[in-house]
Design a protein. Structure first.
Length: 201
């Protein structure tokens, strides 16, 4: 299975999503080889892994280098995928995940891609990130996507300080603290939707 994380804006949680979905799959299926391929020239995921104080259960490497044999490959991309690149990613991936903050500008940036996404309903999911307390913005964003015929994951990722704190130490949040374990349940719910929907991918 190849999962690509792409977005039309930076700072929406792509790299954080790549790391935590790798952590989820590697923990859930310890015998399977999980690889995070860093396609961002900023090498954010590689630098994160190199700074890690923790023995990661998955491999992080440069997407431009030869990949090891894998069961699950998660590809992190730089900001600002354009529509042509998105079509390519949809072709080469089992699933493209599009993290989008609940902020209205970010939601509109994703809505602008509706024509590219709509014909491929099983090849992508929008993932709402940076969720504040309360469901109001989450529900508003989801209904905008649904009105446009766009597919989004059920649930999303809360805005929580533990992501930044854990990133400093190169640790997935689930290994960082009790608050981190609670934060991780958001990614676990997304991971289990992926296992149900794309397990044969
Ligand atoms: N759910 C979240 N809650 C709080 N901070 C987050 C969350 N997800 C990511 N961050 C922080 O936001 C910043 C940008 O996230 P990152 O994953 O690097 O985004 P991108 O790869 O899209 O640029 C990082 O400092 C990261 O630790
Ligand atoms: Mg990134």
């Amino acid at each position: 299975m190849i999962i690509t994380i792409a977005s039309f804006k930076g700072g929406v949680g792509k790299t954080t999503t790549a790391i935590h979905l790798c952590q989820y799959f590697a923990t859930r299926k310890p015998k399977k080889k999980v690889v995070l391929a860093d396609g961002d020239p900023n090498r954010t995921a590689i630098d994160w892994a190199e700074s890690s104080q923790f023995d990661l259960p998955f491999t992080v490497q440069d997407a431009a280098e030869t990949l090891p044999i894998y069961n699950t490959l998660i590809v992190d991309t730089p900001a600002r995928t354009n529509p042509e690149e998105l079509i390519q990613l949809i072709e080469t991936s089992t699933l493209v995940i599009i993290p989008t903050k609940v902020d209205i500008f970010d939601v509109r940036a994703t809505l602008a891609l509706a024509d590219t996404l709509r014909p491929n309903p099983n090849k992508y999911r929008i993932l709402l990130t940076g969720l504040p307390r309360g469901k109001k913005l989450y529900e508003a964003a989801r209904s905008l996507f649904t009105e446009q015929g766009l597919q989004s994951f059920d649930g999303g990722i809360r805005q929580l300080a533990v992501y930044r704190d854990a990133a400093y130490e190169g640790i997935p949040v689930s290994r960082y603290s009790e608050a981190g374990k609670d934060a991780m349940t958001d990614y676990e719910k997304i991971g289990s939707q992926i296992l149900k929907g794309w397990k044969n991918g």
